[in-house]
Design a protein around this ligand. Structure first.
Ligand code: ZN
Length: 183
C-alpha cells in the first residue's frame, strides 16, 4: 500500500466526522510561520486546530522573499474579504534544524538564492542559534515597507528535545522593533 493510499484512508475517516467548512478568516486571527520539519507541526506543538490559524512553512521557518510575497498576497485577500487587519504573526524556529547543516561555504550560493541576498551576506543570515535567527527574521519583516508596522509579531523557539517553547519576543507591534536590529 502506498503512503497516498494510507492517507486517503485517513481522509475517509476525517470526512465521516466533517462538520463543514469554516470561514476564510482564521478563528484565532493568526498566521504561524515555521519550519517544514515534521517534528515542528503547529497542529501538534501549538495545538492549532482546523480553521484556527494560517500556517506557512518552509525550510527553517525563515522570512524569505517568497514569504514576503505570500504575506502580501494573503493581506490582499484579507482586504478583499473585509477582514480586520489586526492579525498576529508568530515566527517559530526550532533547535536541531536541518538548515543549520548548511553552514559550510559550499552551500552559500544555494542559501543566497533562498534568501535573495549576496553570497557574502549568507554567514550573517544563516545562523545556527534559532533565537538569533528569529530576531533576524522579525527585523527583516520590520524592514519591509509592505508589512504593516501595526502587525503584532511574536518570536518563539521550539525545543525538539523537550517539547518546550521559549519566548524570544512576546506578541508586540512590529513598530516596536529596535532600530538597531533593523540595521
Ligand atoms: Zn527546521
Amino acid at each position: 500500500m502506498s503512503v497516498t493510499e494510507v492517507l486517503l484512508e485517513r481522509n475517509a475517516r476525517f470526512q465521516a466526522r466533517y462538520s463543514g467548512p469554516g470561514s476564510l478568516e482564521p478563528t484565532l486571527r493568526s498566521l504561524v510561520l515555521t519550519c517544514a520539519d515534521q517534528r515542528v507541526d503547529p497542529a501538534h506543538i501549538l495545538g492549532i486546530d482546523l480553521n484556527e490559524s494560517i500556517v506557512l512553512r518552509n525550510a527553517g521557518g525563515r522570512v524569505t522573499p517568497e514569504v514576503l510575497n505570500e504575506l502580501a498576497l494573503l493581506g490582499t485577500i484579507a482586504a478583499i474579504e473585509g477582514m480586520d487587519p489586526g492579525f498576529e504573526l508568530i515566527v517559530v524556529h526550532h533547535t536541531d534544524c536541518g538548515t543549520a547543516r548548511l553552514g559550510d561555504s559550499s552551500h552559500h550560493g544555494l542559501l543566497a538564492r533562498y534568501f535573495g541576498i549576496d553570497p557574502s551576506d549568507v554567514p550573517g543570515k544563516c545562523v545556527t542559534d534559532p533565537a538569533a535567527a528569529v530576531m533576524l527574521d522579525i527585523a527583516e519583516l520590520a524592514r519591509n515597507p509592505f508589512v504593516p508596522s501595526t502587525l503584532k509579531v511574536a518570536g518563539l523557539v521550539y525545543h525538539v528535545e523537550t517539547g518546550a517553547i521559549e519566548i524570544v519576543r512576546p506578541a508586540t507591534p512590529l513598530s516596536s522593533v529596535e532600530p538597531s536590529s533593523v540595521a
